[in-house]
Design a protein around this ligand. Structure first.
Ligand code: GRF
Length: 221
């Protein structure tokens, strides 16, 4: 295999998506490797997951980086030092500025627990239940300067069941998140193409199949 795509994962909390990426990256044929985890929360469980997997982890919390500018400057230095080519936000609870996105040379991905553009922002499963939708899901998208507004890369659908409360729905969505985040990384490694302003064309992309709204052949995880 040619050189692997060098990832950094930015986290603030539990880190189950980080875990899914760690596990995907442990396969010899996976085209990416996690070089760095950055947390803005020193007590995040995600940091323990990074340590267990022997992935370098950096904490940039408010005591070290009181302002957004401080955080972004230090994060950029670390990303450059580790020659990171792709940043994955995974439960990272800070908004990155337009100047950070411009200064970092590669793409930045985020995972969100809804079928964007529905239910952006906080508590997406709660929003879906409140709205009464029958199908929700999760989205991996490119990050732009808005909140959950960037072009969609991969999505998976999750039905809303009559007995669902927020926790039950969020847990079923998470299972799909763990499946599609590695898939999205594969897609970036395979060299996706942006068509016009928003549409992302994926090599081998198929029509709607089963639960997966996007079922990219060549990027199959
Ligand atoms: C996930 O639901 C993700 O979609 C959202 O934050 C949650 C993070 O979960 N952005 P985890 O920390 O990866 O377990």
């Amino acid at each position: 295999m040619t050189d692997k795509l060098r990832l950094a994962v930015l986290v603030s909390g539990n880190g189950s998506n980080l875990q899914a990426l760690i596990e995907a990256c442990s396969a010899a044929d996976f085209p990416a490797k996690i070089e760095l985890v950055i947390s803005n929360v020193p007590t995040a469980r995600a940091l323990e997951r990074a340590r267990s997997a022997r992935v370098p982890a950096l904490v940039l919390d408010r005591s070290q980086c009181p302002s957004q500018e401080d955080f972004e400057r230090e994060a950029l230095l670390a990303l450059r030092a580790h020659r990171v080519g792709l940043v994955c936000l995974a439960g990272f609870m800070r908004i990155l500025s337009a100047s950070f996105l411009k200064a970092f040379s590669g793409p930045v991905l985020n995972i969100h627990p809804s079928l964007l553009p529905a239910f952006p922002g906080l508590n997406a499963p709660r929003q879906a239940l409140k709205h009464g939708v029958k199908i929700t899901g999760c989205t991996v998208h490119l990050v732009d300067e808005g909140t959950d507004t960037g072009p969609v890369l991969v999505q998976a659908a999750v039905p809303v069941l009559p007995a669902d409360d927020e926790a039950a729905l969020a847990a079923r969505i998470l299972i799909e998140e763990h499946r599609i985040y590695p898939l999205a990384v594969r897609c970036i490694a395979a060299g996706v193409t942006r068509v016009g302003e928003r549409r992302i064309e994926i090599p081998g992309e198929a029509v709607v199949v089963g639960k997966s709204l996007h079922n990219p052949g060549k990027c199959t995880a």
